[in-house]
Write a protein that binds this ligand. Structure first.
Ligand code: AKB
Length: 339
């Protein structure tokens, strides 16, 4: 009896999971979803199967391994930067232990069906660690190989995941007599803050951008936890999905690296306030910096150089900050909250 060919998506119930699975399903891809919570009925209908469980549960992964033939893994599950600082060892266990489990599953699958398994790994600007605010302001734009001493457990975990992926791709079981060359085709994107019109993130430190939009759109006051001058890269969720599927589809011989920056715009927190106040003149936004969370975003770069992604696989942003509001966010956010 042959196992059914599928694509595995972890963290399926999250913001990116909804957008990605919708795209994959629209292409006729059979998706197996994993999430620690039951995925909603709409998302479930787009999947061939959906498992409620933990990527650190070896028994769950073994069941999936026995039941399905996996051609690609989109590993979206992670404990984000703020939540990870309240339970750093748990963050490490999930973010690195879970990633290791999935890389091992992908390599075992490759050894079983004989084909390289594509492994898509959303990394983050949290992988960067600007040593001081002056260094951040003095090095406005960073490339993938600069300042990668992260200041959060989540960021350290993302760098570890990038290195584990490169190892599984190029060096896995180096001394084994029966080793397979390139069991895993590892590809990673260091995503900036992501803004979705449909969901509000939780547990992240870039959350102030999407939070401000969604809270003000509901007519509620918003207390921003960073300074007005805080600047980091952002993009919209549709662009994040576009980047993920764009890199996945790129011919491997076009790729000069395993980890890529992408970015669309780098507004300050004050720019967010200006835009929400333009859309909602009655907006009540105050700035009350949380010094711990402020220190995290101060360690992230103002801008990311995404020239390698543009050159190697044709990455190009869809929106500017202005058009992201006008063409993507406001129409859907207003419809969602009726304002
Ligand atoms: C976070 O804030 O932790 C995430 C990220 C930037 O990766 N949204």
């Amino acid at each position: 009896m042959r196992r059914e060919k599928v694509v595995l998506v972890t963290g399926a119930g999250g913001e990116m999971g909804h957008g990605l699975i919708g795209h994959l399903a629209s292409q006729g891809t059979q998706v197996v979803a994993i999430d620690v919570r039951e995925v909603d009925a709409g998302l479930r209908r787009s999947c061939r199967d959906a498992f409620v469980g933990d990527i650190c549960d070896a028994g769950l992964l073994e069941r999936i391994n026995a039941q399905y033939e996996i051609d690609a893994v989109y590993h979206l599950a992670a404990l984000l930067s703020t939540r990870g600082e309240f339970a750093p060892e748990t963050a490490h266990h999930v973010n690195v232990g879970g990633t290791l489990n999935l890389l091992r599953l992908a390599a075992e699958q490759a050894g079983s069906h004989g084909r390289t398994v594509l492994f898509m790994f959303p990394s983050s600007i949290a992988a960067y660690g600007m040593p001081t605010l002056d260094a951040k302001r003095g090095n406005r734009t960073v490339t993938e190989d600069q300042f990668t001493h992260a200041h959060t457990m989540y960021g350290v975990n993302k760098v570890a995941g990038e290195e584990l992926g490169r190892y599984y791709q190029d060096h896995y079981r180096k001394l084994a007599k029966d080793r397979m060359s390139r069991p895993v085709d590892f590809r990673s994107i260091r995503f900036p803050g992501i803004i979705s019109s449909d969901t509000v993130p939780a547990g992240g430190t870039s959350d102030y951008g999407p939070e401000m939009i969604h809270v003000v759109a509901q007519g509620r006051p918003y207390e921003c936890f960073v300074r007005p001058d805080t600047r980091i890269p952002f993009m919209t969720m549709p662009e994040a999905i576009q980047a993920l599927v764009g890199l996945a589809a790129a011919p491997k011989d076009r790729l000069s690296r395993t980890v890529y920056n992408v970015s669309s715009f780098s507004p300050t927190a004050a720019d967010f306030e200006r835009m929400v106040r333009r859309e909602f003149p009655d907006a009540q936004v105050t700035f009350v910096p949380d010094l711990g969370r402020q220190a995290i975003v101060d360690s992230w770069p103002e801008e990311c150089d995404d020239s390698a992604a543009r050159h190697d696989w044709g990455w190009s942003p869809t929106y500017t900050f202005e058009t992201a509001f006008g063409r993507y966010l406001m129409p859907k956010v207003r419809a969602r909250y009726g304002r």
